[in-house]
Each structure stands twice: as C-alpha cells, then as structure tokens.
Write a protein that binds this ligand. Sequence first.
Ligand SMILES: [Zn+2]
Length: 325
Amino acid sequence: MTFSPKSYYIGIDLGGSQIKYGIVSSSGKVLTRGGRLTPQKSGRRGVIDSLVEIADNLLNFARKNKIRIRAMGIGSPGCIDINSGKVLGSCPNLPFWVGTNLKQIFRKFSLPVTADNDANLMALAEAKFGAARNCRDVVCLTLGSGIGGGIILNGEIYRGSNFAAGEIGHTAVNFLGERCKCGRLDCMETYASANAMLKRSQKLARTDKKSLLNQLIRKNGNRLDVPTLFLAYGKKDRIAQKIVEETGETLSTGIANVVNILSPEMVVIGGGLVDENADIIKKIEKQVKQKAFPTATKNLKIRRAKLGNQAGFIGAAYQASQSSR
Ligand SMILES: [Zn+2]
C-alpha cells in the first residue's frame, strides 16, 4: 500500500457494545480500520483505557506508514457538549459514561480533538460521503439495539439548544403502552429497533409451535437474529411477515412525523430491518408518502445507508478534519 503525503484523521466510534475506529482521509477514504468490544464491565476507567490504547495503536500505524495525523474525532452515545467535550446525559446503554470529558481522554497525544454524539456523526458521514451525498437537509436513522437519530440541516449537524436534538427514536408512535428505556411510553425504538423487532417475533413464535419461525428459533439454540427472521419472512412465515410489516408501518409513521416537521430532501435508514431486505425501503417510502403532507414528500427520497458500521468513525474523522483546517 502506498500513501500520498496529504493529511489524515483518526476517527473513533464508541458504542454500547463495540468500538469502531479507523484512519480516514479528508475525502472520506478509509486507510485502515478495526473494531473491538466495549469493555462495559470494566466501567468508565476500562473504557477510557481502551480508547487510549486504540489511539496509540493508530498513531503507531501512522508513524510506520509515514502518514501525518492532523486531528482526531470521537463519537459517543449521549448528548455531548461539543465545546467542552463533556457527556451531558442520556446514555442508557453506558450509564457510567455520563460526566466523562471526551476531549480530556486524548490530551496526552497533543492533537486537536473533536467530540459529538455517535448518531449525529453517522448522519454527517452519510450526508458527506454516503447515501445522501450532495444533500443539504438529511435525517438519518440507525436501527440497532435502539434507534439512533441524526439531523443535518443546511449541510451541518443540528444539535438544538443543549446538544439534545435528533432523538427521533424517542418520539411516540403508538398507544400500546410499552415502556421505553428512557422511561417514556410508546417510543419508536420500543417497536422498530432491531432488538424490538426480534423480541416481539420471539414472543409470538413461542405461542405458535408449528410456525417455521418457532422451528428456526429452536434449531438456533432458542436464539433469533435478523437474518433468521428474514429467512422466515422470505418463506412467507406468518409471524415473520406480520412483524416485518408492523415494523415498517411503525417506521413510516415515525418518519412521516419528522418529514412533516423538517421536510428533508432525504431520509437515510441503516441497520435492522433494512439491512436484510432492500425492498422494505421502497415500501416505507411509499407509506411515508401516504402519511405525510404531499408538499413535504414531493421531492423526498428514502434510501438505505451506504457506509454501514463505518459511518460513525468516518463522521468523527470528517468532523476532526473540518475543525483543524
Ligand atoms: Zn424512549
């Protein structure tokens, strides 16, 4: 591999279960990347040590390959004060993380550091280098253990008055009374995240022993993952079809709400439901166009995310590149 002498940036994406990272050029090209499990059980100190080790390794890689690293960026769950780097709150998956100063963690490297919410950075990456390239107003949703949301307005992340904007997963879409981790009833993520979809499928399959889904779950050691659910869906299993259709309806309702408020050019969806079945996006697009105002949906496109699980660290590196220009 040969590298040009231009500048590169470190991007790190801290998630509740995994840390993904890489070295990225200012045009979004990934030179090297990796991932490891978030050492949840070792608490704040363990996670900080892991992040410092990752940065150390990436800087060693850069030195060996004669690459100049100009800045580094980190994405983290929670509302992040981008000026101080402090995690303000809303971290149900990493509760001990609240209060951590993300910029301080990397102080010893003497490089400029930027920090932001992980879903904000995914949205930024998709808007600059991914599915929504060249779009100015973009809403991005990622369906994982929860639903992450990011809003790009006029080409820039919209964070609201206290860095808390974009929590589209925690807007109510139902009246069935399911309690969300955030404490509220009927949040979109309680019904349409990848985890919620699997949990509801398993519950229904348990009561229908003859169903294909029930058989597949038993064969799989009583576990269900998204590919298996879609295998049953493809074979027209009733439960899988019901769940996938309901999840699509829930998502289109939530997206139609956001479209009526923001009227973006594009909504990008990644993870969960859309990773296994490209046709679902078309269905969701059709439903959103039926549910939201026609003027707001006239030019609206709904697309699948392009950068996959690299979006977070690419966005973090891009943000670092913008602030160190
Ligand atoms: Zn919630």
